[in-house]
Design a binder for this molecule. Structure first.
Ligand SMILES: NC(=O)c1ccc[n+]([C@@H]2O[C@H](COP(=O)([O-])OP(=O)(O)OC[C@H]3O[C@@H](n4cnc5c(N)ncnc54)[C@H](OP(=O)(O)O)[C@@H]3O)[C@@H](O)[C@H]2O)c1
Length: 250
């Protein structure tokens, strides 16, 4: 098997400062891709870029707050300007604000919708003209089992991830004749920082208890799935990967 299936490919990973995004950037770089790293915490991105370079890879740090959709578009343009093109866009940045619907803080949910859905759409929009012009590219959108299975307390989050799944299938159908691939990754419970930002304490406690009762996925497990998608021959599009810890029931 080719150990560097992504040699000479250019990838941009959003949410690369922790969790799934950091693991994905490392996996893509180890497979030979040059990686543009996007998130707000520049210090974390610098550390990750240093790890990539120490392993012989190439990385570009692009700090940005993707709540601003113009920033989501800017980072794509900057990666293209720096490397000359963009082959793989991994839309991974996201937040999970779980709380009951009746009392949900709508300002918080608006920010979640804007990051998880609108910003993902904006970065995709920015990447499409170059991918179309080069007749090739791959957009990988990180959704969730919450985009397939609705649970109490996850109404706002599920609305965003259901949105990502629907958007991705529309996108796939719009661009497949341009040789652009679209994949959706739908992980179950992954051990990352994601749950730390849940403001509703009882909900946070409940999901932490539930997650800690399982052998949770690691960021690297999801990164492997993403690497599998983007390493396929050009005529193969893995449309969707739904993955859970073995002992996650729902
Ligand atoms: N963990 C799970 O159980 C799980 C399951 C299914 C799906 N997912 C999805 O996986 C994706 C990655 O999450 P994770 O689990 O790896 O959590 P994480 O460790 O909290 O990572 C989230 C990433 O998003 C970035 N981010 C958050 N707000 C941002 C903003 N305004 N602008 C730019 N970047 C921002 C964070 O970077 P900064 O804070 O540095 O900006 C961080 O790099 C999310 O879309 C999440 O919904 C996670």
């Amino acid at each position: 098997m080719n150990p560097r299936p992504l040699a000479s490919r250019i990838a941009l990973v959003t949410g690369a400062s922790s969790g799934i995004g950091a693991a994905t950037a490392l996996a893509l770089a180890a497979a030979g891709a040059s990686v543009a790293l996007v998130a707000r915490r520049a210090d974390r991105l610098d550390e990750l870029a240093a790890r990539v370079r120490a392993a012989g890879g190439e990385a570009l740090v692009l700090p940005a707050d993707l709540l601003d959709e113009h920033e989501a578009q800017r980072v794509v343009r900057e990666a293209e300007a720096h490397y000359g093109r963009l082959d793989i866009l991994v839309n991974n940045a996201g937040v999970m604000y779980l709380e009951p619907i009746e009392t949900a803080d709508l300002g918080r949910w608006r920010r979640m919708l804007e990051l998880n859905v609108l910003s993902l759409i904006a970065s995709t929009q920015a990447a499409l003209p170059g991918m179309r012009a080069r007749h090739g590219g791959h957009v990988v959108n990180v959704a969730s089992t919450a985009g397939r299975q609705a649970n109490p307390g996850a109404g706002g989050y599920s609305a965003t991830k259901w949105g990502v799944v629907g958007f991705s299938e529309s996108l796939r159908r719009e661009v497949c004749k341009d040789n652009i691939r679209v994949s959706v990754i739908e992980p179950g419970v992954v051990a990352t920082e994601l749950r730390e930002h849940i403001a509703h304490a009882p909900t946070q406690q409940a999901i932490n208890n539930w997650a800690e009762g399982m052998r949770q996925l690691q960021g690297a497990d999801v990164a492997n799935a993403i690497l599998f998608c983007v390493s396929q021959p050009e005529h193969v599009n893995i449309n969707e990967i739904l993955m859970r810890p073995t002992d996650q029931e729902r």
